[in-house]
Design a protein around this ligand. Structure first.
Ligand SMILES: Nc1ncnc2c1ncn2[C@@H]1O[C@H](COP(=O)(O)OP(=O)(O)O)[C@@H](O)[C@H]1O
Ligand SMILES: [Mg+2]
Length: 247
């Protein structure tokens, strides 16, 4: 892997993993322009756990997709370490996603005919320095469910398989779009515990979109998005464990 350049702020010692400057996104829907992002300046730091909070339609998924190289801005700049994502080709974005980013979405997208272990192995077989599927599944507390098929697992367990699949390649960044959106409290907390453990043990920079304000208490920083802009950023002096969240 190439040497990574570390950006350090003058007034801060934390390495900057993502930096966006003036990012806008306009979707052209026939006659109508939808302004999904209206100028986002944001820095995310190495190893931090951020929650992106905001109402439906405020631009959270658009921003996350741009950070993850799934979408590109209409204007502005997006940097991941020394990669300029805003200037990258499709092929470079594919490489970026493959090597650096793990994604988790609201729906788990597991392959029904494969066991938990086999679903994770699909990724580890094509990665450079992966964990074993067994280690990845143990990390999300599914060591005893490895040979189950998705239909034999609860929604929360399926989502934890998806977390194992996303982190098995040891990505530097984990981007989660409403990972607990389809889950009840108890199973949602188990998924958040898995994300917290990955963040703590692997140092994976983690961004979690939610519209559940309770989840904000487990973040280092809470980025409030409203109407395509960052409305406010809060820093939590004390982070709660997922089990302590008041849903
Ligand atoms: N592919 C798309 N085509 C057209 N409009 C889109 C598309 N994706 C998102 N939008 C619009 O952009 C705005 C922001 O959407 P989104 O980023 O999904 O918000 P959030 O994730 O906060 O709910 C919304 O008005 C949405 O309808
Ligand atoms: Mg969304």
């Amino acid at each position: 892997m190439e040497e990574e350049q570390i950006y350090v702020l003058a007034d801060d010692t934390r390495a900057v993993v993502f930096e966006t400057r003036g990012v806008t996104k306009v979707y052209h829907m026939g006659e109508v322009d939808v302004h999904a992002l209206r100028g986002v300046d944001l820095q995310l730091y190495q190893g931090e756990f951020v929650v992106l909070l905001g109402p439906s339609g405020s631009g959270k998924s658009t921003l996350l997709n741009i950070l993850g190289g799934l979408d590109t801005p209409s204007s502005g700049e997006v940097h991941y370490r020394d990669h300029d994502l805003s200037a990258a080709s499709e092929r470079e974005l594919t490489e970026y996603r493959r090597h650096h980013v793990g994604f988790i979405f609201q729906f788990y997208n597991l392959i029904p005919s494969l066991t938990a272990r086999e679903n994770v192995a699909l990724v580890t077989e094509i990665s450079q320095d992966p964990m074993t599927p067994e280690d990845a599944l143990a990390m999300v507390d599914l060591a005893d469910r490895m040979d189950h098929f998705p239909s034999q697992l609860s929604g929360g367990q399926q989502q934890r398989v998806a977390v194992a699949r996303a982190v098995a390649k040891r990505p530097e960044v984990l981007l989660c779009d409403e990972p607990t959106g389809a889950l009840d409290i108890t199973t949602g907390i188990k998924v958040l515990e898995a994300l917290e453990r990955v963040n703590r043990e692997l140092g994976t920079t983690t961004a979690v979109i939610t519209h559940n304000a309770a989840i904000a208490a487990m973040a280092n920083r809470v980025i409030h998005i409203a109407d395509g802009r960052i409305a406010r950023i809060d820093t939590n002096a004390d982070r709660k464990q997922p089990g302590e969240l008041e849903w």
